[in-house]
Design a binder for this molecule. Sequence first.
Ligand code: HDD
Length: 714
Amino acid sequence: MAPGIADTVKEAITGSPFENAKVAAMSDNMKNYQDSNNRITTDYGVKQTNTDDWLRVASADKTGPALLEDHAGREKIHRFDHERIPERVVHARGAGAFGTFKLFESASDVTSAGVLTDTSRTTPVFLRFSTVLGSRGSADTVRDVRGFAVKFYTEEGNWDIVGNDIPVFFIQDALKFPDVIHSGKPEPHNEIPQAQTAHNNFWDFQYLHSEATHMFMWAMSDRGIPRSYRMMQGFGVNTYKLLNSKGESHLVKFHFTPHLGVHSFVWDEALKLAGQDPDFHRKDLWTAIEGGQYPKWDFGIQTIPESQADDFDFDPLDATKIWPEEDFPVRYIGELELNRNPDEYFTQTEQVAFCTGHVVPGIGFSDDPLLQGRNFSYSDTQLTRLGVNWQELPINKPMCPVMNQNRDGAMRHSITKGTVNYWPNRFEATKPATAEEGGYIDFPQKVAGMKARLRSKKFSEHYNQAQVFYNSMSKHEKMHIMNALSFELDHCDDPVVYKRMVERLCEIDLDLARGVAEQVGADLPEEARRVNTGKRSKNLSQEDFPPKNLTIATRMVAILIADGYDSVAYNAVKAALAAQGALPFTIAPRRTPIYAAGESKDSGKGLVPDHNLEGQRSTMYDAIFIPGGADSIATLRKNGRALHYVREAFGHLKSIGATGEAVAFVKDACQLPGVNFSEGNDVVDSYGVVTAAQTEVNSFKEAINLVKGAKDFT
Ligand code: HDD
């Protein structure tokens, strides 16, 4: 394909070309601000000589009133006044990227969808990650569910999977959505707290609405505080249908599993980062893609022949239940890669609009009552946010032809030629497609029943899978759940709320309930409300999702130095980390040249660090390395910020590498209650800490790889 404007724009700005059919298709809508040949014009195209001074009655020594006549001036202010559109009612804060979807195994046995059967295609996608409860300007690292919404620009039209990083949901029926969201959003009287579930209303609702139990256990687990968007699973959550060319129907759930493995923060890191770097996840995604470290997910399906839908002890249409992977293995058939950052946040990430109702031939809807209601809500909300012609916006426009009788409305872009705009018409123009031509066929489902506000009987069981989830956690994951619940309920000052929640936990596990009760000041329960069966299931613990290939690529490493540092160890470790795609940053007491041991300050050389110790925090890094050097370490020992770096990183169980004099420094800095190091100054004997009198680059890399494992000990 010949390079379009989009390619030239991108190349002019970043110097690198790109390939993405959807981005190329948007080239007609793109313009390049950063071109010195451009001249400022009004929106109606007239070049302007001055956009700084309002036209006014004035002379060299007297400024008089502004003139209404200044149309260009009024246009500039008027356009600014109207820049904002309503933020999303949920999932307001997000970050997106373009990418591609490749199928490596045809699923033609279960579907006729081209995107899931044609292995020769590369389907462009746009993926938007989000938090649910916070406003557009809230922090990335809060405890919350993360949105995982994928728009596939397929040859047969747009297909949207509007999913989350957690496979179940709080409610079974879409009609409860306003209630669950109102209870989690800031309280109505004072709009507090922002982007938090830690308040009375949320937990009040969770108790009174027992079907939420499974989901809140996931949200309180480490899944609620992911380390990176690149290290989360994505789930379609709802049950859809796949329809094959024989006219058979299967129920289906969609899965995305990250190649980097599933990793999380510890809560203290997440809390601190929310203030220290509210854009942490956004930046992480952006930097990885700009650096060519493209995040990837395996795409998989779980299917059940529709004829067997009633054969299980749970209802496969209930979105508060998973389909256990022992019984319904995920069949991985494709790969999704994100490989290009957006050009402009507003017109792409903000204006992208997803709809669960967007399906293509071969994919359909089940009777999942949550999905059925969602199908109404998404297109409805876009009317408030974007207006009736939202599907014409460049980011939302399908890549295949769009033609129908829909016309006009605010901000209509397309100009449709012709003397008629209805069907049937005497010209036989723009007629319905046949199935052979790729027309959408609704699955001919036989339905009989009473009209009633009812759910099927199996929907009333709410605790089994919540218990299986808890039982499937590792020891430290269980502890994190207990601590998360203790944090949240500590923020509830109405005793009714936290006492009832402890009762609810007795449905899951008595030890958990007692642990939380003690911490939050509720009565200590004596008995479980249900026996804990001890039943577990696979692929619920994050430990079941290690990285596909061990890699330290994109892991952020802080290297702490001061004047007199050991440049041999510094250079060796830094080069080795960079060679493996890790991102080493040098941090020192000041951002002016730092001199190595033996290097004269008069040499005029020195090394300019990336940051000073005040500018960054250990929480922003996955690991730290400290080279030796007597003077350097003597300085760092006296620097409270440096000491805190080491201690905090150790407390968060991050990998710490040290050589020479730095070994004893790490050891002294980490003399915390309950920490026992072996004798001697040459080695610090603690999981994740790699020290040596000599540079042990390989062990340090190993340790960074094991960051997740190291967190076992929090
Ligand atoms: Fe929703 C946005 C995911 C239930 C109504 N939802 C939204 C987004 C995601 C989800 C990822 C952000 C899309 C984007 O990035 O633009 N929602 C889910 C999942 C659900 C779910 C996984 C359960 C399976 N949602 C749900 C229900 C309703 C909605 C039951 C209403 C009845 N959701 C909306 C919405 C939003 C939305 C109000 C706000 C902005 C938007 O749609 O485009 O319509």
